[in-house]
Design a protein around this ligand. Structure first.
Ligand code: AMP
Ligand code: GLY
Length: 416
């Protein structure tokens, strides 16, 4: 089997590794990939979606796995192009990927399908947004488009709200687009992933992302500073409610509305005092949740994804370990506002009881790894208990160093 994975970050590194460990030993390719990924998957000579499709055709690719969301909605859409060219794709077509690309589309879908979610109003101007907030704080403001995880502001007061609205409507930091003014929900968050194949689904091990930059869950929102995954993260009762009130109606809604879906769907959920509610959908696996969840997946992920892309949900092909998995992100100084490239990384080779996935690294001319991006590495360890996984992941992370390294010390420990 010849598989092409699309993306370049730590999530794709984890996906590629899980696919590489599938029993059939598939031949792997990655676009655009990274030097670390190229140790497991060959690079592809393409410079855009169209040439990527041509490359897949002439290289007899059996399956395209969409890791990164941006390609799903670029141009005609990765999955749409694959379909037109007869290439099975694990990842949804452009019209369905609007669930992630447009927060307004997602909100309307949720409301139409009576799936619990925060109340929201779409606004076109700063004045409309201020009117919709109506002096009620805290409030949540969301730019209606892909903004690399930076388009959401939880605003405790008017000052923070006005500063975000100024960035969006005056400075146009994210380009043109509307803003959703949303009711602020409270409660712990959980990331739930389902593999969806038409009207069927399989729920993967739930995870929790540590979104804030600093210990104690303080500081700015980031792409994620770590994650913990375990079936025990959420009680069976709550997981059953999530399945009945959120996953099932989502799958049914996609069918009813003629939105084809074969791929991972990520449900960002808040466990509010009145029950689980959807904060967002993402049409892909989470990053860094993927790095925490993939080591818990047993079996044949490659054939599972291929069968899914061809319309068959083969739940018999994979299973999930019962234990815990903890992922600690090592980031550069200044992340998330800025990042620092070119600092030499030491100690990766000392890590033996954990996995190291590369999010933003580059090889130097003399073959050493250096930093290349805000999030640099994900160090992941497993254990039968939460404590064991936490101890091992942090001990492994302690072995790695680079100038300006920042990480959270409470990943897996802080429970919220
Ligand atoms: P999103 O990009 O939609 O996942 O939002 C990023 C983060 O903002 C979420 O993980 C939450 O921590 C927070 N957030 C989003 N929507 C809400 C909401 N309605 N109420 C409270 N917090 C929210
Ligand atoms: N960890 C959050 C995300 O992947 O969007």
């Amino acid at each position: 089997m010849r598989i092409l994975v699309v993306g370049k970050g730590g999530r794709e590194h984890a996906l590629v590794r899980a696919l590489a460990e599938s029993p059939g030993k598939p031949e792997l390719f990655c676009f655009p990939g990274s030097e670390a990924i190229f140790e497991l998957a060959k690079p592809v000579a393409a410079d855009g979606l169209e040439s990527l499709i041509e490359w897949m055709k002439s290289n007899a690719i059996d399956l395209c796995v969409a890791g990164e969301e941006s390609y799903l909605v670029k141009g005609e859409g990765l999955a749409n192009l694959c379909e037109r060219n007869g290439i099975p794709c694990w990842g949804p077509p452009k019209q369905s990927a609007q669930l992630e690309a447009s927060k307004e589309f997602a909100k309307e879908f949720l409301v139409r399908n009576a799936i619990p979610t925060a109340r929201a109003t779409a606004t076109d101007t700063l004045e409309e947004a201020v009117a919709a907030i109506a002096g009620e704080y805290p409030t949540v403001l969301k730019f209606d488009g892909l903004a690399a995880g930076k388009g959401v502001a939880v605003c405790p007061d008017e000052v923070s709200a006005m500063s975000f609205l100024d960035e969006v409507f005056t400075q146009r930091r994210f380009g043109a687009g509307r803003v959703l003014v949303e009711q602020c929900l409270t409660g712990p968050e959980v990331s739930v992933f389902a593999a969806i194949v038409d009207d069927q689904y399989l729920i993967f091990t739930p995870a929790r992302d540590y979104k804030r930059a600093n210990d104690g869950d303080l500081g700015p929102n980031t792409g994620g500073m770590g994650a913990v995954a375990s079936r025990k993260l959420v009680s069976p009762e709550v997981l059953a409610r999530i399945e009945q009130e959120i996953v099932q109606p989502t799958v049914a809604g996609l069918r009813r509305e003629g939105l084809p879906y074969r791929g991972f769907l990520y449900f960002g959920i808040m466990l509010t005092p009145t029950g689980p509610q959807v904060i967002e959908y993402n049409c892909r696996f989470g990053d860094p949740e993927c790095q925490a969840v993939m080591p818990l997946v047993q079996g044949d992920l490659a054939t599972f994804c291929l069968a899914g892309a061809n319309g068959e949900l083969r739940s018999d092909l994979i299973s999930f370990s019962e234990g815990w998995s903890v992922c600690v992100i090592l980031a550069t100084a200044g992340y998330p506002e800025t990042s620092r490239n070119g600092d030499r990384i030491s100690g990766i080779e000392k890590v033996s009881d954990a996995r190291v996935y590369h999010s933003g690294t580059r090889l130097t001319a003399d073959g050493a790894w250096e930093t290349h991006g805000g999030r640099v590495l994900a160090v992941v360890a497993g254990g039968d208990t939460r404590e064991a996984a936490v101890t091992q992941a942090h001990a492994a992370a302690d072995l790695i160093g680079f100038d300006g390294l920042q990480r959270r010390r409470d990943i897996g420990i802080l429970n919220f």
